[in-house]
Design a protein around this ligand. Structure first.
Ligand code: ATP
Ligand code: MG
Length: 508
C-alpha cells in the first residue's frame, strides 16, 4: 500500500513534534529547579481535581515508621484476593494455610472492578519508590518501595463508599484472614539475638501442634466442661462489655508431670484457632519489659507461662517482704523440682542479668490496666505444685478456672487405646482396669507403653507392655509400703529401747 505524500508528511511532523516535546521535557526535568517542578505538579493536580469527578482513596501497606504492616491494607488485600481473583488478569500466587493450597491475589499495577449497592468502584495495586535523600546514602539505604491500594469511585457514590463499602471490605477481609491465617507460636526466648532494626520482642514459627480435646485422655464430663467454658468465652464479647470486664480469662492447669498440661494448651489453641505466646518469664528483664511484651500480643491468643512455680521466686519475694524467709524451708519443701536444681536457670534472662520481674509486676500483667488492651485473650499458667503458689496469683479473677490434670483413669486409658491402637475394647481391658485401680500412672506413661515400637507391634503386645508397667509400678508401691512399715517398726523399737534405758537409769 502506498500512502499519499501529504499523509507521509503529516506523520513525519507528528513524530518530530513528539520527539521535540520529549526532549524539552527531559531538559526541564534535568535543569528546572525542584521547587518549580513541584509547583507545576501541584497546579496540574489542582486543575485535575477540579474537573475530575472521581474520588481516590489510598491505603498504604506501611504507615508511619514502617514497623507494622497496616491492618487496613491486609484486610483489603484479603478481600480482593477472594473477590477479584476471578476478574483480574494478572495474579500473584502464594502458599496458603498449612502449605496445602495456593492463594491468588491481584498483582502489582493490576486494576479490578467491584460493585456494591449499585456503586461501581475500581481498585488498583500500585507502588511508589522513595529514593534516599542524597546520592551518598544510596548504597546504604537503597530505594524503598511503598505499595498501596488505590480505590477510585465517582463522587456521587461518596456516601455509599465511605460509610458502608469500606466497612464491608474491612469486615469481609478480616473474616477471610481469620479463615486463611496460619496460626503462630511466639516466644520471647533469648536464644535468638534480635536484629537491631526489628523492634518486636517476640519471634515466631507456624503453630502446628496436632493435639485436640478429642485425642486427650480425660474424663468425658471434664472435657465437655472445659470445651464449653472455652467456647462460651470466645463468643462473649458483648457480655464482657456489658459487665465492664476486660475480655480475657485465666486458666491454671495443675497436676503431676506428664498429665497433659502442655498438651491441653495446644488443644485449646486448636479449638479456638488462637495464636500461642509462650512467655519465658526468666528471660524477661523487668516489669517494664513484661508490659511491653504484653502490649505486643494480639487478640485471639493464648499467653502461656509454663511451670510458673519455677519461673520466678514469687513466694520467696512475698516472704522476704513480710516474714523472715528461711532458705531451709524452700529447700525442704521440694518446690519446683524441675529447674531449681539447675542453678543459674532461675531468673536469668539470657544476658546474664538477673530478672527483676516481681510478683506485683506479674499480677499487673495478668489483670492490670494494660492487660485489657487487645481483648479476647486467654492467660494460662501451668504448675506441678499449685499449693506453693501465692494466693493472690491464682485467685479467681486472675486465674478464673483451675483445672486439675491428674493420673490416668480407665476412661482416659480407653481414649489413648483408641488413638494409639484403634481399638475400643479388648479382653485385656479388665485386667488393666483392675491394675489401674491399684496404682497411679500418668497418661504420658500409658501413652509410651501403647506406642507401637516396631511394625509388627499389634494391640496385644502394646497392652501386655502396659500391663507389665502397671504390675511393676504395683510392686514398687508394695515395696515402698513395706519399707515404710519397717521404718516405723524400727523407730517404735528405738523409742521403746530408749524408754527402757531411761527407766533403768531412774531406778539406779
Ligand atoms: N491427658 C493426656 N492425653 C493425651 N496424651 C497425653 C496426656 N497427658 C500426657 N500425654 C502425652 O504425654 C506427653 C507429655 O504430656 P505433656 O507434655 O502435656 O505433660 P505436662 O503435664 O505438660 O508435663 P510437665 O508438667 O512435665 O510439663 C504428651 O506428648 C502426650 O503425648
Ligand atoms: Mg508441660
Amino acid at each position: 500500500m502506498v500512502l499519499p505524500a501529504t499523509m507521509v508528511e503529516m506523520w513525519t511532523m507528528v513524530g518530530s513534534t513528539i520527539a521535540s516535546f520529549m526532549f524539552i521535557m527531559a531538559i526541564i526535568r534535568q535543569y528546572c529547579p525542584y521547587e518549580i517542578r513541584r509547583f507545576m505538579e501541584k497546579l496540574s493536580h489542582r486543575i485535575n481535581t477540579f474537573f475530575n469527578p472521581y474520588i481516590r482513596i489510598s491505603i498504604h501497606e506501611f504507615s508511619g515508621d514502617r514497623l507494622k504492616r497496616s491492618e487496613a491494607y491486609a484486610n483489603v488485600e484479603a478481600y480482593l484476593s477472594s473477590n477479584t481473583s476471578k476478574s483480574a488478569k494478572r495474579l500473584k500466587a502464594e502458599m496458603g494455610k498449612d502449605s496445602s493450597n495456593i492463594v491468588l491475589s491481584m498483582d502489582e499495577f493490576e486494576r479490578v472492578t467491584d460493585e456494591f449497592r449499585g456503586a461501581k468502584v475500581w481498585w488498583l495495586l500500585t507502588k511508589t519508590a522513595t529514593p534516599p535523600r542524597s546520592m551518598m546514602l544510596m548504597s546504604y539505604y537503597p530505594e524503598q518501595e511503598r505499595r498501596f491500594y488505590k480505590l477510585t469511585f465517582h463522587k456521587r457514590y461518596r456516601e455509599i463508599v465511605t460509610d458502608y463499602y469500606l466497612g464491608h471490605v474491612v469486615k469481609e477481609g478480616k473474616e477471610i484472614r481469620v479463615k486463611n491465617r496460619q496460626r503462630k507460636l511466639f516466644t520471647n526466648s533469648p536464644g535468638y539475638k534480635w536484629p537491631s532494626y526489628k523492634q518486636t520482642m517476640w519471634s515466631h514459627i507456624v503453630f502446628e501442634h496436632p493435639a485436640t480435646f478429642e485425642t486427650m485422655a480425660l474424663e468425658g464430663h471434664k472435657k465437655k466442661e472445659i470445651i464449653e467454658d472455652l467456647l462460651t468465652f470466645s463468643k462473649s464479647k458483648e457480655f464482657y462489655e456489658r459487665i465492664g470486664k476486660a475480655w480475657k480469662r485465666g486458666y491454671l492447669l495443675h497436676g503431676p508431670p506428664g498429665t497433659g498440661k502442655s498438651t491441653m494448651i495446644a488443644a485449646m489453641a486448636n479449638l479456638l484457632s488462637y495464636d500461642v505466646y509462650d512467655l519465658e518469664l526468666t528471660a524477661v528483664k523487668d516489669n517494664t519489659e513484661l508490659r511491653k511484651l504484653l502490649i505486643e500480643t494480639t487478640s485471639k491468643s493464648i499467653i502461656v507461662i509454663e511451670d510458673i512455680d519455677c519461673s520466678l521466686d514469687l513466694t520467696g519475694q512475698r516472704k522476704k517482704m513480710g516474714e523472715k524467709s528461711s532458705k531451709e524451708d524452700q529447700k525442704n519443701d521440694g518446690f519446683c523440682s524441675k529447674e531449681r536444681k539447675e542453678e543459674g536457670n532461675i531468673s536469668n534472662n539470657g544476658n546474664d542479668q538477673i530478672s527483676k520481674v516481681t510478683l506485683s509486676g506479674l499480677l499487673n500483667f495478668i489483670d492490670g490496666l494494660w492487660s485489657a488492651c487487645g481483648g479476647e485473650r486467654l492467660i494460662v499458667f501451668t504448675t506441678n505444685y499449685v499449693e506453693k503458689l501465692d494466693a493472690a496469683l491464682i485467685r479467681r479473677g486472675r486465674m478464673d478456672k483451675h483445672i486439675e490434670l491428674s493420673y490416668c483413669s480407665f476412661e482416659g486409658f480407653k481414649v489413648l487405646a483408641k488413638n494409639y491402637l484403634g481399638i475400643e475394647s479388648h479382653q485385656m481391658f479388665d485386667k488393666i482396669e483392675n491394675l489401674m485401680g491399684d496404682v497411679k500412672i500418668t497418661p504420658a506413661d500409658v501413652a509410651e507403653s501403647l506406642m507401637p515400637k516396631s511394625p509388627v507391634d499389634g494391640p496385644e503386645r502394646c497392652l501386655s507392655r502396659l500391663i507389665l508397667a502397671l504390675e511393676e509400678a504395683k510392686e514398687e508401691v508394695a515395696v515402698a509400703v513395706a519399707e515404710e512399715a519397717k521404718g516405723k517398726d524400727e523407730e517404735a523399737k528405738e523409742i521403746d529401747e530408749q524408754i527402757h534405758v531411761q527407766g533403768d537409769k531412774d531406778q539406779v
